[in-house]
Design a protein around this ligand. Structure first.
Ligand code: SER
Length: 583
């Protein structure tokens, strides 16, 4: 089964269970200050998991593009990717374990749907601990569906608990489904440590909220949050041993092999081929969602994906210029049907990849020489790793990979200390930023959030109409807003933006939320994301601003206070960054 067919079936199945299809959101969280990427389908839904009413109702389904960097070192084995598409269904204070599990089972095993043999399935459930009891309820439902005791594994928090996405927020025990992808019949007992059992689907029962002290309390409503990686299930449905052998990946992998002039590759070369395929795919989608390579935040991740792919290209002996661009063309071809934006932004994507490749080429050889010199004593100090990063453009991953290939040790902690000293890029180094997640819904953040909408409108008014958001990050102290503009703002422009916003604030304008379909939102002139279908919330601030957004926002602009820009600088090529505070 092809990936598109699978997605259609999944949506159709959950629609038949009264779910509404919702948008596939950007890889860059629009209203979440604490994360770099959308790492799961539940991310854009956090406010609704906490109890806000969703405009499309209590049962939702979608396909969500996700990016996770936590497993980046595993990329190259059979089942790990950075970018992937997640199928998900949600019950927001609606259905619970019985429906969630029965539907998962039906979709996986029924002839009409995926028709997977029950005797190749195993499941895991939460074993219980001081925070939450053993999940006997799920066990019973699985047994009623014909899953035997020996095919049920009881695991703790590390494996069978999902969330919160950040330090605090909705979370709960989960039950995961595994498929025996090994040779022959599945063993009688399900062993989650045996890699022939592939994890395919996760049903999370979000009934707790974790607070900053690490305490769990019952959420206002019980939610179901499920997630199934398209690429893994396709691997099983197409009977392949690796994600990289499935129909969507074959043309990409073939292209890389063709550029390398290989028909066959050995095991080590295979890993390079897969890393290139994964990284260029992720890079293509990141650029499509407005990210440009840089030394900070999302831009840094993009940079390291592109540069790692280029280095693996060199390992394969590919001398082709525009290596990433050539591969990206294949990727755009494959995914344009589902993501028409890829076709529209084709030139931009290919240009960004070429520019980054040219930049890296200028320092790659010199950096490799430097690396050799540095490793005479079989060690790379934190300072030297940082020098390779700072002066030769080697992301830490490349330094680590090189070190491993040469049997040399890297002082990663030392590198991170150096990186932290450099304020601007420190945030990208730590894992927390990649794995964390909850939008803070405090009063301060809410005010700054509405101020961000005003800033967006003021920039359109003062600079030019086609200003677009390239990133937004809000803490309780300040807002940060990235937008497309190719020069420094003058002092007068900054003043004008501040004055415009403060004038609006003083006008006591009501902030209103309307629920509408995407096409109604489009007609009403709302800005935001227009992929896919479903109902959305549109926040309007008088006639000044109209944005598709999940909120929260203040009720009236007078609540915001005084707006002040404290910094204006370049964020990456063609992108400016404003930091502003309220007093
Ligand atoms: N949030 C869960 C996961 O990412 C289920 O969607 O696995």
């Amino acid at each position: 089964m092809r990936s598109n067919q699978l997605k259609e079936k999944y949506i159709e199945f959950f629609k038949s269970k009264k779910h509404k299809e919702i948008s596939n959101f950007s890889l860059i969280p629009q209203n979440d200050p604490t994360v770099l990427f959308t790492t799961a389908g539940m991310h854009p839904l956090v406010p609704y998991l906490l109890g806000q009413k969703h405009p499309s109702g209590k049962r939702l389904v979608n396909v969500q593009k996700c990016l996770r960097t936590g497993d980046i070192d595993e990329v190259g084995n059979d089942i790990h990717l950075t970018f992937f598409e997640m199928l998900g269904n949600w019950g927001l204070g609606d259905y619970w374990k019985e429906d969630a599990i029965n539907w998962s089972f039906e979709f996986l095993t029924d002839k009409k749907w995926l028709n997977l043999p029950v005797d190749r399935l195993g499941v895991s459930v939460f074993a219980g601990d001081k925070d939450s009891p053993k999940d006997e309820e799920s066990v019973k439902i699985w047994k009623d569906n014909g899953i035997f005791e020996k095919r049920i594994a009881y695991l703790g928090k590390k494996d069978n608990w999902w969330g919160p996405a950040g330090q605090t927020g909705p979370c709960g025990p989960c039950t995961e489904m595994f498929y025996w992808a090994g040779k022959g019949d599945a063993p009688e007992r399900f062993d989650p440590t045996d890699s022939n059992w592939i994890e395919i689907w996760n049903d999370v029962f979000m009934q707790y909220n974790k607070d900053i002290e690490g305490k769990y309390s019952e959420l206002k409503q019980k939610n179901v949050d499920t997630g199934m990686g398209t690429e893994r299930i396709i691997m099983i449905l197409e009977g392949k041993n690796s994600i990289y052998e499935t129909s969507n990946f074959v043309p990409i992998v073939e292209k890389i092999k063709q550029l390398a002039g290989f028909d066959k590759v050995n095991e080590v070369e295979e890993i390079s081929v897969r890393k290139i395929a994964d990284h260029v795919r992720a890079a293509t989608f990141l650029i499509n969602d407005g990210v440009a390579p840089s030394n900070a935040d999302q831009g840094y991740v993009l940079r390291r994906l592109i540069r790692t792919a280029i280095r693996h290209g060199r390992i394969l002996g590919i001398s082709q210029k525009n290596l990433c661009g050539e591969i990206s063309k294949e990727i755009i071809k494959i995914y344009s049907k589902n993501y028409p934006g890829l076709k529209e932004k084709r030139k931009k994507i290919l240009d960004e990849l070429d520019i980054e490749e040219t930049k890296f080429e200028q320092t790659l050889e010199k950096g490799l020489k430097k690396f050799k010199e540095m490793t005479k004593n079989r060690k790379i100090s934190g300072k030297n790793a940082f020098l390779l990063f700072q002066s030769y453009g080697f992301p830490l991953e490349i330094v680590r990979e090189l070190a491993e290939e040469n049997g040399v040790k890297v002082d990663v902690k030392g590198f991170e200390r150096e990186l932290k000293k450099h304020q601007e890029i420190s945030r990208t180094s730590t894992k927390g930023k990649f794995g964390s997640g909850l939008a803070d819904q405090s009063e301060e953040v809410t005010k700054l959030h509405t101020a961000t909408h005003l800033l967006h409108s003021a920039l359109k008014k003062v600079l030019k109409e086609d200003i677009e958001q390239r990133g937004s990050n809000i803490t309780s102290e300040r807002l940060r807003f990235d937008f497309n503009f190719d020069r420094k703002l003058t002092e007068e422009e900054i003043k004008k933006v501040e004055e415009t916003i403060n004038d609006w604030i003083k006008k006591d304008i009501v902030v209103k939320m309307d629920e509408m379909t995407i096409s109604e939102a489009k007609k009403a002139g709302a800005i935001g994301l227009f992929e896919y279908s479903g109902k959305v919330s549109v926040y309007s601030i008088g006639k000044i601003s109209k944005e598709i957004c999940t909120g929260p926002h203040v009720k009236n602009t007078k609540e915001i206070g005084k707006f002040e820009i404290v910094k204006e600088k370049s964020s990456s090529a063609g992108v400016r960054r404003i930091k502003a505070i309220l007093s």
